[in-house]
Design a protein around this ligand. Structure first.
Ligand code: NDP
Length: 492
């Protein structure tokens, strides 16, 4: 009898955002691959978690060395994936900062979480704690900033003693393979860190195997992930979209405000979760601000000729251009004016859009309510601070916000009233400022679960277990029923 032909591996053709050509093929992981990798990682995790933290740090330091040696290659691969976003070229170094930062922060954060001492209510009981990592952490990451967002959760999870199974976006797979060359060079790490490839179905298979999920992506997918995690009763941490507002007051330095808003809105072609997506300007300075913004927007150059030159690149994910086009068409149909940009341009197969400033917008338009994720800057006038705050808070999201005012105190007073996990005062785009400093929580649909920033974010990956020793006599069952009752005293 003839033996059965080996099953054909499913392959995905991956589009290059600069040429529009499918020039990379990705083997899709089968359900069996995902199960086998999860089992292998679980086995490796037992040895990994049993290592003292200093020994795990030693392994991670060796990995740091490997990343350092290949930082430039990693940056190049990320740039091919994104189409030449400026931060792509820095990804090798950003990864070094991520690992290096946790080499400093992990020992302190984990030590501070341990409790050893005497029970406050039972003085003869000694309490000690142990931190037990979740064995297998699943990380599901998006196509924007593909390496950074794959590693933001994975790196602290590894320091905590978990194994990590990563499911990166199928849209941007090249950088992940470049990264794993560095992982394979450190066998102890390769035993606890691996990835699988494919789309949403592979993401669901990872959820089926993991003990905890970290997801970064859109609200609709985040909801599916949350439901699947709820079915399995495993914790999930969701980092979702944003519709981040900027408020520009009447006393502001207009030059500074226009510079900050432009960068916040169009950096990386607006494909950043904390991009400025809507701008509210006091009506007394609205026209002057818009004039400056348009002038600056027109000076922004595309990087179509050379990915290292110019300011913004193509859309990384072609369907995103359609979403942006739809938001613009909806806004124009409802009365908005496009002052500059506004067209998706095909250049050499890549899809580009120049910074697009719109006025005459209202909250009835998709461009003011839904995440656009493109280089669009809709500007709306407001009459007083209460109205500005009301408009900024009129959203289902709450990731970040910006306030640009005539004084730092003025910006602070407004910033305190905005519902967002981080508010940037007198600038935009300050997210990196909190990375190692402070953990914050998003509002609305922008996020769910503990923070992914700040040293305490590592605590998401451990459970604190109490070991309690009775040093005194054990309670007699006969005495137990007195517990909780007031001792009998003399009658008043
Ligand atoms: P998606 O939600 O489309 O995808 C995110 C990841 O989930 C991808 O790996 C995707 O796979 C995978 N996935 C798709 N369907 C499922 C499913 N049913 N179950 C499990 N996994 C699934 O997001 P995008 O990739 O489009 O990323 C852009 C979004 O990410 C934006 O909304 C942005 O705001 C948000 N984001 C949030 C950040 C934050 O920190 N809050 C940071 C950066 C981005 P595949 O792509 O292969 O289909």
């Amino acid at each position: 009898m003839a033996s059965a032909a080996p099953a054909q591996e499913a392959m995905l053709a991956v589009r290059n955002p600069r040429t529009g050509q499918a020039d990379y093929r990705l083997a899709v992981s089968s359900a069996e691959d995902v199960t086998a990798k999860a089992a292998r990682l679980r086995e490796g995790q037992q040895r990994w978690a049993a290592l003292p933290l200093e020994a795990r740090c030693g392994v991670m330091a060796r990995w740091l060395g490997e990343v350092k040696a290949r930082a430039a290659e990693i940056g190049e691969a990320d740039a091919v994936d994104t189409g030449g976003c400026h931060t792509s070229y820095l990804q090798g170094f950003i990864t070094l900062a991520n690992i290096g930062g946790w080499l400093e922060d992990a020992p302190k954060a984990l030590a501070a979480y341990r409790v050893n001492g005497t029970s406050a209510v039972m003085p003869t009981v000694e309490v000690r704690s142990e931190l037990v990592p979740y064995a297998l952490v699943g990380v599901i990451s998006p196509w924007n900033a593909p390496l950074m967002l794959a590693l933001l959760d994975a790196v602290p999870a590894l320091f905590a003693g978990s194994a990590v199974l990563l499911k990166p976006s199928e849209v941007t797979p090249r950088v992940i393979e470049a990264l794993f060359e560095t992982v394979r060079a450190v066998p102890e790490l390769a035993a606890v860190f691996d990835y699988v490839s494919g789309g949403g179905e592979v993401g669901q298979q990872v959820i089926g195997q993991a003990d905890l999920i970290c997801f970064t992506g859109s609200v609709p997918t985040g909801r599916k992930v949350a439901v699947a995690c709820a079915e399995r009763l495993i914790p999930c941490f969701l980092e979702l979209g944003g519709k981040d507002p900027a408020i520009v007051t009447e006393t502001v330095d207009l030059e500074r405000a226009a510079t900050a808003v432009l960068r916040g809105a169009v950096y990386a072609t607006g494909q950043v979760c904390y991009s400025t997506e809507r701008v509210y300007v006091h009506r007394s300075v609205h026209d002057a601000f818009v004039a400056k913004l348009v002038e600056k927007a027109r000076a922004v150059r595309l990087n179509a000729e050379n990915p290292r030159a110019g300011h913004i690149g193509p859309f990384t994910f072609a369907p995103q251009a359609e979403i942006v086009r739809r938001h613009l068409a909806d806004a124009v149909a409802k009365g908005a004016q496009v002052l500059t940009g506004g067209e998706v341009e095909e250049i050499g197969g890549g899809l580009y859009m120049r910074p697009t400033v719109l006025t005459g917008v209202t909250h009835a338009m998709e461009i003011m309510r839904e995440e656009t994720f493109g280089p669009c800057i809709p500007v709306m006038a407001y009459a007083d601070t209460d109205e500005a705050v009301r408009l900024a808070n009129d959203t289902q999201f709450g990731l970040t916000a910006s306030v640009l005012a005539g004084s730092e105190e003025g910006a602070l007073a407004i910033g305190r009233r905005i519902n967002a996990g981080a508010v940037f005062l007198q600038d935009t785009f300050l997210t990196f400022g909190k990375m190692r400093t402070i953990g914050t929580h998003s509002f609305g649909f922008s996020g769910l679960g503990g923070s992914r920033t700040g040293p305490e974010s590592i605590l998401r990956f451990v459970r604190r277990k109490a070991l309690m020793t009775q040093h005194g006599p054990v309670a007699d069952i006969q005495d137990d029923h007195h517990l909780g009752q007031k001792p009998a005293g003399p009658a008043a």
